[in-house]
Design a protein around this ligand. Structure first.
Ligand code: ADE
Length: 225
């Protein structure tokens, strides 16, 4: 998969893409991630990317030209252009799975008061990572890259994906490691039994009970994966 990220703050991505699973996925060629500073596309002599809003009001608005030109230079027939914005569709695991099947994602991260409304005309999707306002779309795009990359074939083992939270609309089952007893708390007996059929049944039951208790809404959401 190819991912292009448009941002005025490329340094914000250092660390997140140079550690752990994402780093390895890049090294293995599973994902190719490039950050583009759309200021480089500004045709203004001062390299401006924003201006005051028509009609007055607070803050600065990102203007069309640098973003249109940057996206135009990257876009192909396989591309999906995604604007990260608090007024977008709320992101979830189902959306992560859907996006992990695409060939090329272009993420557009804003800052300041927002985008010139006409920029929406060149975007295919509008995604929010929650009902709160971030200083920009960078952190949101990192959340998407992380959650999508780990779903790509070869990034992590398939077994890890099968049982994790939100697959089949259920939260993950509880896990334990050594020692068998810690601070008076015991590991459930069934996990020490060696009976894998029993262990699988116990885990499934735990998933259902945990989901009913903590996230009953997931059990009602028939559409989610
Ligand atoms: N930009 C600012 N806030 C955001 C949010 N909650 N989700 C996505 N992009 C954003």
């Amino acid at each position: 998969m190819k991912i292009d990220i448009l941002s005025l703050f490329p340094n914000m991505f250092d660390g997140v893409f140079t550690e752990s699973i994402i780093k390895r996925a890049i090294e293995k060629g599973i994902v190719d991630i490039k950050i583009h500073n759309f200021r480089d596309y500004s045709k203004d002599i001062h390299s401006s990317v924003d201006d005051t809003p028509f009609g007055g009001g607070a803050g600065m608005v990102l203007m069309c030209q640098p973003i249109f030109d940057c996206i135009k230079s990257l876009k192909t027939d396989d591309s999906i252009v995604i604007m990260l914005t608090p007024d977008g569709e709320i992101y979830n695991q189902k959306k992560a799975i859907e996006l992990s099947k695409k060939k090329h994602l272009i993420f557009l991260c804003g800052h300041y008061e927002g985008f010139d409304e006409r920029i929406r005309s060149i975007c295919d999707m509008f995604i929010s990572i929650g009902d709160y306002v971030l200083t920009g779309g960078e952190l949101a795009s990192m959340v998407l890259v992380d959650s999508i990359t780990r779903l790509l074939e070869g990034a992590i083992t398939k077994e890890s994906l099968d049982s994790e939270s939100f697959s089949n609309n259920l939260l993950d089952y509880p896990t334990y490691t050594k020692p068998r007893e810690y601070a008076g708390m015991e590991v459930p007996e069934v996990l020490l039994s060696g009976d894998h059929k029993k262990i699988d049944e116990w885990r499934k039951l735990q998933q259902i009970e945990k989901t009913r208790k903590l996230r009953p809404d997931l059990l009602e959401d028939k559409d989610a994966k």
